[in-house]
Each structure stands twice: as structure tokens, then as C-alpha cells.
Design a protein around this ligand. Structure first.
Ligand SMILES: [Zn+2]
Length: 294
């Protein structure tokens, strides 16, 4: 099946097909999708292209294609989170790098599927091999949200944003994030511990949603700061409430809290820790003292 068929005739599908036909699939790819199954399917299809022995790849019939499809190709490696850990560590990446210098078993290429959930140290260890891999070494990073990867990693890879059904995926994420950010924002003026905790803990299992919610929340706080100094009275009620009940230094402190949370997220910190930290620091920010004038 062509990439276009798998991706409902999307631009990304056509792009992947063109690259495949002209033998120009990049050696370092990030597949971004909220749909993990879809990302896996496309990653497998890419590995077939690299393992196929026919002239027109992927033929879907040769031993390389067959083994890739079944996930049993001896030149396919998966770098994933091991039991009990939160992220792929530097040890796993170093082991993978050593393996890159060993010749393939059967095919002329080796393919590494890598989870996007890596520690900062692991991501830094990955940089050099992404830039200058040995011949025939291919990387496919499977990512829920490429913003979770370090900029230095993203700049060394070709990003493909996968959507099976137009941009419905993206719209859904935006809507969920906006709803979550509003819920958190509404709990801020009264400093209500329980509603705040409930709103924040809803995020804890979904990194891409957390990332997007933090972006929306920072927009809300920015608007609240504007409302405080140039009241319009026309902004949504929750923004007016925040502007009225928090001092300027508290609002600035809230912005800092959000920025710090975004950094923690990009470093793949433990999600439970992050949500607990976020709750505590949003609550404390209203008592912010010093550091800021206002
Ligand atoms: Zn084949």
C-alpha cells in the first residue's frame, strides 16, 4: 500500500511516496502523530522501503517486506522505555550507537525505531549519530508531539506530521487543551485547591495535551496581565476574575511557573511529579513576594 493510501491522500503521504520513488527517504525521520497505531504503521512501511529487495519498493512480497511487516526483521531495532522507567536513558542510546557500527544481518540497511520519550542526556547523546550516521543506518523517531523533542534533535531530522483524517486530530487536541486551560484558569482566582487539582491531574497521562494546555494557559495569563493594566471589561469572565484578584507580581510569577513546567515537560520529567509541582506552584504564586516589582 502506498503512503498516500495509508494517509488518506494527505500531502504528507504524497511527499513520502515521491521520496520513496526517487530513493530519497531521509535517514533521520520524526513521525509525529497523536495516533500511535497510525505512526507505528507508517514506521513499519518506511522500514519496508529500507529492507525491500525489489526494484520498486516496498513490494510487499519479498522476505524483507514480509519480516518488516511481522516485526521480526533482524535489522530492525526498537529503542523504547524499559520497565519501570519514565524515559529512554543515555545508556540505551549509547548501546544503540555501538550497534550502529555493526553491519546489518540480512538487509543493506539497519532501521532504528526510537521513542520520543528520552531524557535530555539521551537526546544529547543521539545528536552526533543523527548528524553523521554510518552508511545504511536509518532512524525513525515516533513522537506524539515533536515539541517534546529538543530543538537540536528536531533540526537534524525530517518531520512528517501524520493525520489520517485531515486536521481533525489537531483540532481535537486544540479544543481539549483550551477546555483544560480554562478549567485551570477558573480555579486560580479563588485559589481553590480541589478544583485546581482536579483540572491539572486530568492532564497527567497525556504529554501532548499537557504541552498544548500549558501554551493556552500562558496565553490566558498574558491576556489577564493586559486586562489588569488596560481593562476592557469585554474579555471572558475568567480572565477578568484573574486580573482583578491577582497582583501583578503574582501574574508574572504564574508565567514563570508555566515556563518552568514547559521546560520540565521537554526534559521528560515524571508526569505525576509535574502535575503535583504545577498545582503547588500555581497556588503559591498568588503569595509571590519580591523578585518582581508590582
Ligand atoms: Zn519487498
Amino acid at each position: 500500500m502506498s503512503f498516500s493510501e495509508l494517509l488518506n491522500d494527505s500531502e504528507v503521504g504524497k511527499q513520502l511516496d515521491t521520496m520513496t520513488k526517487s530513493d530519497r527517504l531521509p535517514h533521520a525521520i520524526v513521525l509525529e502523530s497523536r495516533d500511535k497505531e497510525l505512526a507505528q504503521k507508517i514506521a513499519v512501511e518506511i522500514s519496508k522501503v529500507f529492507f525491500c529487495s525489489a526494484d520498486i519498493k516496498p513490494c510487499g512480497k519479498c522476505s524483507g517486506c514480509f519480516k518488516a511487516e511481522k516485526g521480526i526483521h533482524p535489522d530492525l531495532y526498537r529503542v523504547e522505555i524499559t520497565d519501570g522507567k519514565q524515559a529512554v536513558g543515555v545508556g540505551e542510546i549509547r548501546a544503540m550507537i555501538s550497534d550502529c557500527y555493526i553491519k546489518p544481518n540480512e538487509a543493506s540497511n539497519k532501521v532504528y525505531f526510537i521513542s520520543d520519550k528520552m531524557t535530555t542526556e539521551a537526546q544529547n547523546a543521539l545528536l552526533k549519530i543523527l548528524e553523521e550516521p554510518p552508511p545504511g543506518i536509518k532512524f525513525v523517531i515516533i513522537s506524539e508531539s515533536s515539541t517534546l523533542l529538543l530543538q537540536t534533535i528536531r533540526s537534524r531530522c525530517t518531520l512528517f506530521k501524520l493525520t489520517a483524517s485531515g486536521s481533525a486530530d489537531e483540532n481535537e487536541l486544540n479544543e481539549k487543551a483550551l477546555a483544560a486551560a480554562r478549567e485551570i484558569a477558573k480555579a486560580i482566582p479563588d485559589n481553590m485547591e480541589l478544583p485546581l487539582m482536579l483540572a491539572v491531574t486530568k492532564l497527567s497521562k497525556d504529554k501532548a495535551l499537557t504541552q498544548r494546555t500549558l501554551e493556552k494557559l500562558s496565553e490566558i495569563i498574558c491576556e489577564s496581565i493586559e486586562e489588569k493594566y488596560m481593562p476592557t471589561g469585554t474579555r471572558p469572565q475568567y480572565i477578568q476574575d484573574i486580573a482583578r484578584s491577582l497582583r501583578r507580581r503574582s501574574l508574572l510569577c504564574l508565567m514563570d511557573v508555566i515556563i518552568k513546567a514547559q521546560t520540565m515537560l521537554s526534559q521528560n520529567c515524571n508526569m505525576n511529579l509535574l502535575t503535583t509541582w504545577l498545582c503547588a506552584n500555581i497556588r503559591q504564586s498568588r503569595h509571590a513576594k519580591g523578585g518582581y516589582n508590582g
